[in-house]
Ligand binder design. Structure first.
Ligand SMILES: [Cu+2]
Length: 510
């Protein structure tokens, strides 16, 4: 396998950190413009905050987890990749809010790694960002993650190293609420992923190289073939069929998976006749925004990024990379496609929803898209958090402007014109309530993800989110309560944009 752990921003970051340490500058957040002393992951404030999360009588869960190589059978085509626990996705972790989770992790990869618990506002030293919150976990080494899980919801975990996110290293973590009444009869977790690793010689590294070398020339598939890796199914000019000229992604993927399975071998979700099923949707993709609908059915959106909203009935939902959406579906008798189409490019992922009284024997036929995809599309900016989930506190005391910058031609993505490593940390004090103003100055969408916090979308009782899709030429302002001291990544969840440096740091200072 090509070197992944030492590639891209993580290595640049490491080098910058080393140099800065030699000069006696704080290693965490050693960007050139740090003004004040950072509260690092090892600071007593982090342990103090964790103590506040402790609930008397709460449970404890211990999980053993291994990352290593995996043979993945994609409808008869076997590829070699990496994953957790020998499967793709890795085994689901299920805990109750308030419990302490201990994950005894062993790295059997040939490269260093870390685990980031996406969506969980946990203690900073367990957040899994190399050089920022913990050292890299070298091959053959172990690390125990131990933290209190604060909030219920549908979340997931993945590495925070180089391009490993475009492999099979991902798995869901579901946090149950002790006081959430079940309004459904059954549930299923559907993890969506765009897949290229191991198909016709494609690797994430080759894909990234192609993007950098030939940015702006066309779509990239990372495959072997013509010089520059433009052979096979990859070369397709952009722009002609892209919805509203919006560029949703630049990598063409040969396959799109639901729970590690391609459309030719779809997962079946069984439901009792007349029953209600909760679908927990996760987008673990690297460069694909999905639009999901269920054939012949409406759906009710109940949670965004794990947090409850006032329910909204719709026909289709959109998930950008890193986002989660929970919906309730009450299917009529039969077998129905759960169809996730890639926004702005060809390809789709498929699963089947089948009621117990269905007489259908074959998977339902789907074409390019369902009628439901083009009916009501759920808009998260109109969603309202439930009373209990609404962000507490008053009005923001200040605004922090963050321009999302860069483009395909140079493939130099950044924030405020700077790549990670040359970034200026966003400094904040514990207890502040601020507004983050995300302005997309590029031609592409960017799903912006903040670690360790769940911000609120604009408006009265705006939905709580940790990842928000910012469309080209638009501004999204989110409110943030600074209640979790430490150093936190704020980055685009497009794996290739992140690798190119589209990240900064939310830095608690004292
Ligand atoms: Cu991006």
């Amino acid at each position: 396998m090509p070197v992944t752990g030492g590639s891209g921003w993580s290595r640049r970051r490491f080098l910058v950190a080393s140099g800065a340490s030699a000069l006696g500058v704080l290693a965490a957040g050693c960007g050139s413009d740090r003004q004040r002393e950072a509260i690092k992951a090892t600071d007593p404030a982090v342990a103090r905050r964790e103590k506040q999360r402790r609930i008397a009588g709460a449970g404890r869960k211990v999980v053993d987890l291994v990352a290593g190589s995996v043979s993945l059978d994609l409808a008869g085509r076997v590829v070699q990749t990496v994953g957790y626990g020998g499967t793709v996705p890795g085994p689901e972790i299920r805990v109750r809010a308030g419990d302490e989770l201990e994950v005894r992790f062993r790295n059997e990869l040939s490269t260093p790694t870390t685990i980031h618990w996406h969506g969980l506002a946990i203690r900073n030293d367990m957040d899994g960002v190399p050089a920022m919150t913990q050292p890299r976990i070298e091959p053959g080494k172990s690390f125990t993650y131990r933290f209190i899980v604060p909030d219920a919801g549908t979340h997931w975990f993945h590495p925070h190293m180089g391009l490993d996110l475009d492999r099979g290293l991902y798995a869901p973590i579901v946090v149950e609420s002790p006081d959430e009444s079940a309004d459904h009869d059954t549930e299923a977790i559907l993890v969506l992923d765009d897949w290229l690793d191991g198909i016709d010689g494609a690797t994430p590294e080759r894909t990234y190289r192609n993007l950098v070398d030939q940015g702006g020339m066309g779509r990239m598939n990372g495959g072997a073939g013509a010089p520059g890796g433009m052979g096979g199914m990859g070369h397709e000019m952009r722009g002609s069929v892209v919805e509203s000229m919006t560029d949703f992604g630049d990598v063409v993927y040969p396959l799109h998976l639901v729970n590690g399975r391609p459309p030719a071998d779809p997962l079946t979700v069984a439901t009792p006749a007349g029953g209600r099923v909760r679908l927990r949707l996760v987008n673990a993709g690297s460069d694909t925004v999905y639009r999901v609908a269920v054939g012949g059915q409406t759906m009710t959106v109940t949670h965004l990024d794990g947090f409850p909203i006032e329910p909204v009935e719709t026909d289709a939902v959109r998930l950008s990379m890193g986002e989660r959406v929970d919906v309730i579906v009450q299917p009529s008798s039969g077998a129905w496609p759960i169809h996730a189409v890639a926004e702005g490019k060809d390809g789709s992922a498929l699963a089947v929803l089948r009621t117990s009284d269905s007489e259908a024997t074959a998977a339902p036929n789907v074409g390019d898209r369902l009628a439901e995809h083009d009916r009501r599309l759920f808009d998260d900016t109109t969603a309202k958090a439930t009373e209990s989930a609404a962000l507490k506190g008053g009005r923001p005391s200040r605004s922090i402007k963050l321009a999302l910058t860069g483009g395909m031609m140079s493939y130099a993505w950044g924030i405020n014109g700077r790549a990670f490593g040359k970034h200026k940390p966003v400094e904040i004090e514990e207890g502040e309530r601020v507004q983050l103003v995300l302005r997309n100055e590029t031609m592409m969408v960017h799903p912006m993800h903040l670690h360790g916090h769940t911000f609120a979308l604009p408006g009265e009782r705006g939905a709580r989110k940790d990842t928000v899709l910012v469309h080209p030429g638009t501004i999204v302002s989110v409110d943030l309560l600074a209640d979790n001291p430490g150093q936190w990544m704020l980055h685009c969840h497009n794996t290739y944009h992140l690798e190119a440096g589209m990240a900064t740091e939310l830095s608690y200072v004292q």
